[in-house]
Design a protein around this ligand. Structure first.
Ligand SMILES: *Cc1c(COP(=O)(O)O)cnc(C)c1O
Length: 375
């Protein structure tokens, strides 16, 4: 069976975990490997602060605390995304206002935003689906015109750029995921990126359970105290050591993933009148996170997935639109017309893509798709 995903190990993970645990005798969080990961992201993004978290979900929850979401605040979120994008704000009593996708792209339709903004709107959360950039020029001008916060859920967007600038560097706050399904992994894991200077000190306090323990560890204060809301958002050094090994290999991982992505695109292009191929937005790069195709309807999707499975290939569909979810109904935020998001829910198929995939395996997958459409 050609799996959909296969987590890649660089070979350095165990060595670094050994260093953290045996040499450094540091298994809790905020040790040397955590600092190495923070520095890596500060270097890469030029952000004010980077804080490793136990997941991207947790990083989004930190963002929700930092922008001080109050009951009744409205947060605009795409309907076609993972639940965590919305949960972080619902958890603090916000009202989620869903936005539809673009007609030809799963990313949210930025042109709809002015019609969704009210006096209660506090933030817009954009998701760079499959690592494709949302229009950051338009987003930044909308949030500054309406005095809103911009949060980038960049969970899928490592090593992707908008007009040469890395995704994750635009939002007041941004988040990445290192879940084992992402390009760079630590099993479970994430990071909060603070680009807005005013959030930097408070972010660190929330991260350390509402205490100034990080300042204490640096010798800046003589004891630490409870000074704000917070939780245990930081991962252990074991996770950070694993992650650092992955970050060191970012370039080779990305080279391979992008090669596979481009190969899919090239080999599937002859089928262009039968299936839709991903559209790379002008100004965006490809980071090889997801390769997807669009088929005619849900029936065809299920038939193709079944066919592939019989041929030992595991393809998968993706998000169920959040605006139709039981949770949205329960929160009274369901309904609305989201023709585009619903089309991506029913017609999108993700194909196998992982570091160890060979071009022969990829050609096999493509051949099977060709033979499906020949019959
Ligand atoms: C993976 C993902 C998340 C959640 O990441 P975790 O690290 O598993 O919490 C959130 N948003 C998007 C868009 C994702 O793809």
């Amino acid at each position: 069976m050609i799996p959909f995903n296969k987590p890649y190990l660089t070979g350095k993970e165990i060595e670094y975990i050994q260093q953290a645990v045996v040499q450094n005798r540091k298994t809790s969080g905020n040790g040397l490997f955590t600092k190495k990961c923070h520095d890596y992201f500060k270097n890469y993004l030029g952000c004010t602060k980077a804080l490793l978290t136990t997941s991207c979900t947790d990083a989004l929850e930190m963002a929700s605390i930092l922008i001080d979401v109050q009951p009744g605040d409205e947060i605009i979120v795409p309907s076609y995304t993972f639940v965590s994008t919305a949960n972080a704000f619902i958890n603090r009593g916000a009202k989620i206002v869903f936005a539809d996708s673009q007609k030809d792209h799963p990313n949210l339709d930025v042109d709809l935003l002015p019609s969704l903004i009210t006096e209660k709107t506090k933030a817009i959360v954009c998701v760079h689906y499959a690592g494709f950039a949302c229009d950051m020029d338009k987003l930044q001008s909308i949030v500054s015109e309406h005095n809103l916060f911009l949060i980038e859920d960049a969970a899928q967007a490592i090593d992707s750029y908008w007009k040469g600038r890395p995704l994750g560097s635009f939002g007041h706050l941004s988040t990445f995921s290192f879940h084992e399904t992402k390009n760079i992994i630590s099993g479970e894991g994430g990071i909060l990126i603070v680009n807005e200077k005013n959030f930097a000190d408070r972010a660190e306090i929330i991260w350390e359970k509402g205490t100034n323990r990080a300042q204490f560890a640096r010798g800046e204060v003589s004891k630490y105290n409870w000074i704000d809301a917070g939780s245990s958002f930081l991962p252990s050094e074991i996770i950070a050591a694993f992650l650092y090994a992955q970050l060191e290999s970012l370039e080779i991982i990305q080279e391979k993933r992008k090669l596979l992505w481009n190969k899919y695109y090239e080999l599937l292009s002859p089928l262009k009148d039968k299936i839709g191929l991903p559209i790379v937005p002008e100004g965006s790069t490809v980071n090889g996170h997801i390769f997807y195709i669009m088929v005619a309807d849900q029936n065809e999707r299920d038939e193709l997935l079944d066919f592939l499975k019989k041929e030992e290939v595991l393809g998968v569909f993706h998000y169920l639109c959040l605006h139709k979810s039981p949770m949205a109904k329960q929160a009274g935020i369901d309904g609305g017309i989201f023709t585009n998001s619903e089309k991506f829910e029913s017609n999108l198929i993700r194909l196998p893509l992982y570091y160890e995939m060979t071009t022969d395996e990829l050609s096999y997958v493509v051949d099977k798709i060709h033979s499906f459409y020949e019959n």
